[in-house]
Design a protein around this ligand. Structure first.
Ligand code: AMP
Ligand code: MG
Length: 335
């Protein structure tokens, strides 16, 4: 397959690019589209053959369910079953945070193809605020399934070039909408009784959610979300998280790259340094996280040292991604 990268940003090309994306979705093909979090790989959620192409392009295991993106609010009730106290809370979350970077897990209806939810009786639903994504979806007028547009287990793409890196030759079209705003994947929550359970931390933080219900601290321990797999978001290069950089001693004769969240002075000896934010701003840091990890991965260092950030607010989402990147085994994993 030839992979075309189409400009979705300039006023001259935008309409044609949106039309091309919609035509491919109607034809049962996959299209990479920008969202406000990361780039997604979309296909018609009501067409199982189309959805299977997402799994094939990503080499994603079939047990790993996809997020369903809806074009309008009325689609929520068609794909999800809302009743009872939990759906009151869930609907209020949707009303407050949609369109936006929050994914809600609901009991499902039969409308969505089984392959989308990996056989689960729940469906994860989101409504994107990205103007290109929502224009494509409204023109398509149906929900799409869209996980991140990377090969399984790898770093999520935050720019069209990253998608090309990951999926060149596997998908027909990448819509280039420039770098994404948040830079990390959506917050995924399930409402259980009167509690909100955070399945994956993200741009919508725990304190923002706590306005609507108690945040459940207990976890079933069962993997319900692939983002919960311990090893995920992994560069090829091994990653270690350093709580205290001053104390970090690299192994001898190893070229180390450094990922640091602020503009502060760092110890000498690092071959490559990437800073997430000069001012230590967590929004900016999150938006740069995957790009910087990708750059360090491609810089030829042997080890990536990522300085820990405070595990609070958006910092929790950043730490979640860093821990999962570090949980992968490094080069051997790639065999
Ligand atoms: P991604 O490839 O980053 O879009 O990952 C898809 C995410 O969707 C996973 O990490 C899960 O958190 C979430 N997800 C999809 N379907 C479900 C579901 N039925 N229950 C729980 N989480 C889900
Ligand atoms: Mg993903």
């Amino acid at each position: 397959v030839h992979t075309e990268v189409a400009d979705g940003q300039s006023p001259d090309n935008r309409a044609a690019t949106v039309a091309a994306a919609v035509a491919l979705l109607r034809a049962g093909e996959t299209v990479a589209l920008p969202t406000e979090t990361v780039y997604g790989l979309a296909a018609d959620a009501l067409n199982p053959d189309a959805v299977l192409k997402i799994f094939a392009a990503k080499e994603r295991p079939r047990f790993d369910p996809l997020i369903v993106h809806v074009p309008t609010f009325d689609w929520l009730r068609r794909v999800a079953r809302l009743n009872g106290e939990d759906s009151d809370i869930a609907s209020r979350l949707a009303e407050n945070f949609w369109p936006g970077p929050l994914t809600l897990v609901f009991p499902r209806t039969d409308l969505i193809a089984d392959v989308v939810t990996a056989g689960l009786d729940t469906v994860a639903v989101r409504m994107s605020a990205h103007p290109l994504f929502s224009d494509v979806l409204r023109a398509f007028a149906k929900p799409v399934a869209a996980p991140s547009a990377n090969r399984f287990g790898r770093i999520s793409p935050t720019a069209a070039a990253h998608v090309l890196d990951e999926l060149n030759g596997r998908i027909p079209l990448i819509v280039d909408g420039g770098p994404t705003t948040h830079g990390i994947e959506s917050t995924v929550v399930a409402v259980r009784g009167a509690n909100i359970e955070i399945l994956r931390p993200g741009p919508v933080t725990r304190s923002q959610l706590s306005v609507f219900a108690e945040i459940a601290t207990t976890s079933t321990g069962k993997i319900e979300a692939p983002g919960q797999l311990r090893s995920h978001y992994a560069p090829r290069t091994q990653v270690v998280v350093a709580e205290d950089l001053e104390e970090f001693v690299g192994p001898p004769n190893v070229r180390c790259g450094l990922l640091v969240s602020t503009g502060k002075t760092v110890p000498s000896g690092f071959a490559e340094i990437r800073r997430l934010s000069e001012t230590g701003d967590l929004r900016e840091a999150a938006s740069n996280l995957f790009r910087c990890l990708r750059e360090l991965d491609q810089s030829g260092v042997d080890l990536i040292v990522a300085e820990a950030v405070r595990d609070h607010g958006l910092g929790s989402a950043i730490m979640d991604r860093l821990r999962r990147a570090a949980a992968a085994a490094g080069p051997a994993r790639q065999s």
